[in-house]
Design a protein around this ligand. Sequence first.
Ligand SMILES: NC(=O)C1=CN([C@@H]2O[C@H](COP(=O)(O)OP(=O)(O)OC[C@H]3O[C@@H](n4cnc5c(N)ncnc54)[C@H](O)[C@@H]3O)[C@@H](O)[C@H]2O)C=CC1
Ligand SMILES: O=C(CO)COP(=O)(O)O
Length: 344
Amino acid sequence: MTTKIAVLGSGSWGTVLGELLVKNGHEAVIWGRSEREIQQIQSEHQNTHYLPGIKLNPNLKATTDLESALQGAAAVLFVIPTKAIRHVAQQVAQVLHKQQQSPILISATKGLEQTTNERVSEVIASVIPRANYAGLVVLSGPSHAEEVVREDITTLTVASTDAASAQWVQSIFMNHYFRLYTNADVVGVEIGAALKNVIAIGAGALVGLDYGDNAKAALMTRGLAEMTRMGVALGAQPLTFSGLSALGDLIVTCTSPHSRNWRAGRSLGQGQSLEHILTTMGMAVEGVYTAKTVHDLSIARNIDMPISEAIYQVLYAHQNIQSVIAQMMQRHAKSENELMRTRN
Ligand SMILES: NC(=O)C1=CN([C@@H]2O[C@H](COP(=O)(O)OP(=O)(O)OC[C@H]3O[C@@H](n4cnc5c(N)ncnc54)[C@H](O)[C@@H]3O)[C@@H](O)[C@H]2O)C=CC1
Ligand SMILES: O=C(CO)COP(=O)(O)O
């Protein structure tokens, strides 16, 4: 059965998810604020800034009119950077109220809101009244848009406290190259997705500084340990961090030149300024903002997050990367068995 899905966000991930839904036989309408991007998708079937050289399916529709995008949609997919989520959710709330609709809401955004430290699904739920949506689902996992668009095998997690909503989202996205697993641990899935971006900046920095594979393995393994530590402190299940949305996404983001977070880290390691990196990237680098939120949360909750803190110090306190690495290596001896540790 054909289902209409409104995809909010005309960047790389929004465009590729919209394209995938159309390939699956659904009606996908991308909503975006950029006239140029929307016009290109709608009329020229391409999105040259985010997906150069890719020809999109002519059935993929695009509009800057939120009301028409949401009209009759069974699902609304949020794929915009975290910093814009609250503002866009407020606009969606107004339209859903006016149209008397209750679609399933899906978040594919990976981050934590800076002002509140909230997860993206928490922000959406705090803005859109419960009567105006049928369920709230998080879509997350190792999935570079550049590979999904060429139909490379990809596996993701769909997380919701409502199993039926998660299964419905699983059914609209699944196909021969896109396989989804449901998960009831929304907190763990969102925390894993947000925190891996910070660690990926560190992985890129190591490459920029010419460190080897031992250092990369150390960063990813101890990075996962502290991601799990914070997740568990916030109510997540530890096992979720061995899953696609944490370990899986950590692997893909810490090892792939497709990753904007990894590329930003590599440029930092090569000595470029953060300001220059963000201006030239021209795309979302969520980990830069999440690093600030993780720093704030680790202080507020007294959670030891040494790697994320080191990355925060480089990004926000202009610390030298080599010195923060040296400081980390000189910390007092610890046990690998110890999961929950407080800040020291
Ligand atoms: N690119 C990828 O492969 C993947 C990205 N993600 C996540 O998806 C989210 C979006 O990322 P991308 O599509 O890659 O970013 P992007 O940088 O490629 O595109 C961002 C889009 O959001 C739009 N936007 C920004 N502020 C807006 C606002 N206030 N109102 C409306 N639109 C606004 C921009 O115009 C642009 O079209 C991020 O949280 C990212 O972590 C998740 C999985 C894969
Ligand atoms: O989340 C992603 C892949 O799963 C995309 O990572 P980047 O935002 O670092 O490109």
